[in-house]
Design a protein around this ligand. Structure first.
Ligand SMILES: Nc1nc2c(ncn2[C@@H]2O[C@H](COP(=O)(O)OP(=O)(O)O)[C@@H](O)[C@H]2O)c(=O)[nH]1
Ligand SMILES: [Mg+2]
Length: 224
């Protein structure tokens, strides 16, 4: 419960990150969930699932269920199941990789098809903004893509952490129709962060976390 006066509201929100392999989905998720960055590239298999509870406002607590989807191509098995019930979908690309941006149209169409009847809130996320000198996608193409599809849009760097917290807070606030200051990075604190990993067709075996945050990591699927 919140320590603010009056009533506190609790809500759970499912966020799914999709986009080409290597665009930085796992890095964004880990930056947000654990405030960590890994320079090595470890391909995500199946899905990594994180819970993080944030105080959106003094009286509004939201538990974000962040789903980092692996399967580096669009045809990835089980994508429809991972997408199911998503409140927010982040379309992630690497600003230094034009192909990763151009493939987002297909990601968008595929996700929209899987969400028939319950369209989630979409946000376009250009990652690796620390590599501005290597930018391959002009900012106005990014803005046009978002505007044409009525999406929110952000540039972030999972490496430096720039705007990552703001991204998650803003999209969540938008979903709840709460207006936050444009650059709101305040008020977030981890209360619980269990991490659940599922790899398709692999029997569930608990895996010890290597994280120093003391969170647990198991192979139990927790799709809704
Ligand atoms: N310079 C830079 N590298 C990044 C950033 N985000 C991710 N990377 C690197 O890009 C590679 C792919 O990242 P990863 O998160 O595994 O991508 P995923 O396949 O979309 O999950 C890794 O080597 C990361 O260290 C970023 O913001 N800046
Ligand atoms: Mg990954």
């Amino acid at each position: 419960m919140s320590d603010s006066e009056g009533e506190a509201y609790e809500k759970q929100v499912k966020i799914v990150l999709v986009g080409d392999g290597s665009s930085g989905k796992t890095s964004i998720t880990e930056r947000f969930s654990k405030d960590a960055f890994n320079r090595d590239y470890n391909q995500t298999l199946g899905i990594d699932y994180y819970l993080k509870r944030i105080n959106l406002t003094r009286s509004y607590n939201v538990t974000l269920a962040v789903n980092d989807v692996g399967g580096q191509t669009l045809g990835g098995a089980m994508l429809d199941k991972y997408i199911f019930g998503a409140d927010i979908v982040l379309l992630v690309y690497d600003i230094t990789n034009l192909q990763s941006f151009e493939n987002l149209e297909d990601w968008y169409l595929t996700v929209t098809k899987y969400c028939a009847g319950r369209k989630p809130l979409f946000a376009l996320v250009g990652n690796k903004s620390d590599l501005e000198h290597l930018r391959a996608v002009k900012a106005d193409r990014h803005q046009r893509f978002a505007k044409d599809r009525d999406m929110l849009s952000y540039f972030v760097s999972a490496k430096t952490g720039e705007s990552v917290e703001n991204l998650f807070r803003q999209v969540t606030a938008h979903l709840m129709h709460i207006v936050l200051p444009k650059h709101d990075s305040d008020g977030s604190r981890i209360i619980t962060a269990p991490i659940i990993r599922q790899e398709p067709n692999i029997p569930a075996t608990p895996v010890k976390s290597s994280s120093s945050t003391g969170t647990t990591r198991t192979s139990i699927c927790s799709l809704q």
